[in-house]
Design a protein around this ligand. Structure first.
Ligand code: ATP
Ligand code: MG
Length: 320
């Protein structure tokens, strides 16, 4: 099999707090694979282990167990680091620099020649919408502007793989949309993007693959469509029926019932015999307009998986 962009196997991390009085099992055996050219969304609630996973992959902290490869190299790897871009969770910059100086510094760290540094910096400043702030020092930047500066910095070495820890954090809806567009553009140029977030609509909109992490373990993994298509919640039906017809027989036990003139829409529970219901509707003179499955939203799944992880940890802790 071709090398994955990221391959993580049974990754574990236990933090020991000062004086080793308390252990925090931040990662309890995490396994996943990020294919080259994909956008991978790593979703989970606060404290799930997203940043720990990312910092481990970046070689900033050592795992307590398991292994990971990045761009075909075991972590930590200098060769891999040169070919990837990284946006940390709360980027900190020397705040007396301008954006141009920040990017020039990033370019120097990657040994880019002067003219290339200048060209890349110019392109990226425009790309992330900081053209008008180029003379200001970073200390005058808003949170959103700093986030954009961090994104530009992560792209200075024209990386094959971009790892972004909460790239949309601190951004307003327009800023979030811009980051999503940037991520899509990176994929179009053949790059691989791995990003963490707790905002589900952001992953739903762009990710090819999603992993839901909670309590240091993956709870679910798949394409957004697979994840939301896994559980049938019911069937949405829309029928047209003469105004005079009473619909009690049809709406019994249904939810989201709405009748506007001759249009009746409702949701049948997943265990209802849809054929029998349609036959009854037909008998009442109804014309079927549409019948469609109602699946979980990613949010339903997220809430359920997160609650399940909490319950299983509570059960384990209760036993010890
Ligand atoms: N340096 C540390 N020392 C001790 N515990 C830590 C340390 N860093 C993280 N933790 C703990 O490890 C767990 C996972 O934290 P992590 O920062 O990886 O979560 P996260 O998914 O990135 O959360 P968030 O959405 O809030 O950024 C949490 O319980 C956290 O308190
Ligand atoms: Mg985090």
């Amino acid at each position: 099999m071709a090398d994955a962009a990221i391959e993580v196997r049974d990754l574990r991390k236990t933090y020991r707090t000062p004086f080793r009085r308390r252990r925090v099992e931040a990662l309890r055996g995490v396994t996943f694979r990020v294919e080259v050219g994909h956008i991978f969304g790593f979703v989970g609630p606060n404290g799930a282990g997203k940043t720990t996973t990312i910092r481990t992959l970046m070689g900033l902290i050592r795992p307590s167990g398991g292994s990971a490869r990045i761009l075909g190299h075991d972590i930590p790897s200098r060769q891999a680091r040169a070919r990837l871009g990284f946006l940390p969770e709360s980027p900190y910059f020397y705040d007396y620099l301008t954006i141009g100086e920040l990017l020039d510094l990033a370019g120097r760290l990657f040994n880019l020649p002067g003219p290339l540094r200048k060209k890349r910096a110019e392109e990226l400043i425009e790309r992330v919408g900081l053209g008008r702030a180029r003379t200001q020092s970073l200390k005058k930047f808003s949170k959103g502007m700093l986030q954009r500066a961090g994104l530009a910095q992560a792209l200075m070495n024209d990386p094959e793989l971009v790892v972004l820890d909460e790239p949309m954090s601190g951004l307003d809806p327009i800023g979030r949309k811009e980051v999503r567009d940037l991520i899509l553009e990176l994929r179009e140029r053949g790059k691989t993007v791995f990003f963490s977030t707790h905002i589900l609509s952001d992953v739903e909109a762009v990710a090819d693959q999603v992993a839901i992490v909670a309590r240091g373990q993956l709870q679910a993994q798949g394409t957004p469509a697979e994840l939301v298509g896994r559980v049938l919640r019911g069937v949405d039906v829309l029928v047209r029926i003469a105004d005079s017809v009473a619909t009690d027989e049809l709406t019994d036990g249904a939810t989201r019932v709405r009748r506007v003139g001759s249009e009746l829409s409702l949701t049948l529970a997943a265990d209802v015999d849809v054929d029998a219901w349609l036959a009854r509707a037909h008998g009442a003179g109804a014309k079927v307009v549409s019948v469609s499955p109602r699946h979980d939203t990613l949010e339903d799944l997220f809430l359920r998986e997160t609650a399940a992880a909490d319950a299983s940890v509570a059960a384990t802790e209760g036993r010890t």
